[in-house]
Design a protein around this ligand. Structure first.
Ligand SMILES: NC(=O)c1ccc[n+]([C@@H]2O[C@H](COP(=O)([O-])OP(=O)(O)OC[C@H]3O[C@@H](n4cnc5c(N)ncnc54)[C@H](OP(=O)(O)O)[C@@H]3O)[C@@H](O)[C@H]2O)c1
Length: 306
């Protein structure tokens, strides 16, 4: 099996889970060893190795500000990575493929919780539409190859993910990692500025549970289309900030800067399909967040913070 993106937030959790399971011989390559945007080189690599599985956990990933300021980079890089990996795997005869998509592929305004059938039923959230369109293209390519050629190529749709090896760079991080860093670095009684109104609802899944969900899907004989792998529960960004405040011991004021966009008003996924497939995310959010904060404190010097 080839795990692409093994040094990232999701990929490193998958690497750990795959090692613990011990059923797969896992091939990995760093970006320096194999640039996944290079279709020819990736094609040759997959032809030579002929893995039985490819998991694509490599992508250009970022939070609301990175997506807003560099939309062309997000769509072009992700389309190139997906074209290389998905078509390279198919041409090399790889029978199974798990593609990491994201809940941002769903419409901005849609019934909550969001079922898999909500895909392409409305307009995307403009702040990350370039990234979402690349993800939609990858999902459609996997689906089309499965329909036309009978391969087992499917897409996993996670909510916001957090855990070890997250990105804490203020320019590129997602909301949870960004707040963790802000509260950690604030003076105990000083103010912390948070972006937006604090009212949007978001769903958060620890990376080790996402890896467990993906391994569960891989253990099934076949998966069609795309599957939401989440908790089905969400909290407001304000609740997230207050939880982060408790965890970090911060006692100062939280200031909401409404000059920054909120993004989706709510993103909570319907996890009925995954439940029916035999997997649920059981965990305590605050305990898991404390563990993630423990990792950040311990590894801060080596973490992605700039
Ligand atoms: N993070 C989330 O909250 C979240 C939520 C939903 C879905 N997802 C999806 O999960 C997947 C993984 O996300 P993540 O958060 O784990 O991202 P991440 O931490 O930024 O990791 C991405 C990985 O991709 C690698 N990569 C990027 N461009 C590459 C290239 N051209 N060639 C080779 N490797 C390349 C990176 O390598 P380097 O280590 O060399 O940079 C890194 O290891 C993505 O598809 C994302 O859409 C993530």
């Amino acid at each position: 099996m080839f795990l692409a993106g093994h040094r990232g937030l999701v990929g490193s959790a998958l690497l750990k889970a795959l090692a613990a399971k011990g059923e797969y011989q896992v091939l990995t390559r760093t970006r320096q060893e194999l640039d996944l945007t290079d279709e020819t080189t990736v094609g040759c690599f997959l032809q030579n190795e002929r893995p039985d599985w490819v998991i694509l956990a490599a992508a250009k990933v970022g939070g609301i500000m990175a997506n807003k300021s560099h939309p062309a980079d997000f769509i072009a890089t992700n389309l190139a990575i997906q074209q290389s990996a998905i078509m390279g795997a198919f041409r090399a005869g790889v029978p199974n493929f798990a593609f990491l998509s994201s809940s941002c592929v769903y419409p901005k305004i849609t019934p909550q919780p969001i079922p898999e059938t909500a895909l392409l039923t409305g307009s995307l959230e403009p702040t990350n539409s370039a990234y979402a369109i690349a993800k939609l293209a990858g999902m459609e390519l996997c689906n089309a190859l499965s329909i036309q050629h009978g391969v087992n190529y499917f897409s996993v749709v996670p909510p916001n993910v957090y855990g070890p090896r997250d990105n804490f760079d203020p320019q590129g991080s997602h909301v949870l990692a960004s707040l963790m860093r802000k509260f950690h670095e604030a003076l105990p009684d000083g103010p912390v500025e948070c972006w937006g109104t604090g009212t949007p609802r978001r769903e958060f899944l620890p990376s080790d549970l996402l890896a467990s969900g993906i391994l569960h899907l891989m253990s099934l004989p076949r998966v069609s289309g795309h599957v939401n792998v989440g908790t089905g529960r969400s909290i407001t960004i304000r609740e997230l900030a207050e939880t982060m405040q408790r965890i970090t011991g911060h006692r100062g004021e939280i200031i909401w800067n409404t000059d920054f966009p909120d993004g989706f008003p709510e993103k909570t996924m319907d996890v009925l399909r995954m439940t029916e497939l035999g997997w649920r995310a059981e965990f305590d959010f605050e305990t898991s967040l404390r563990e993630a904060y423990g990792w950040f404190c311990e590894h801060r010097a080596g973490a992605r913070t700039s």
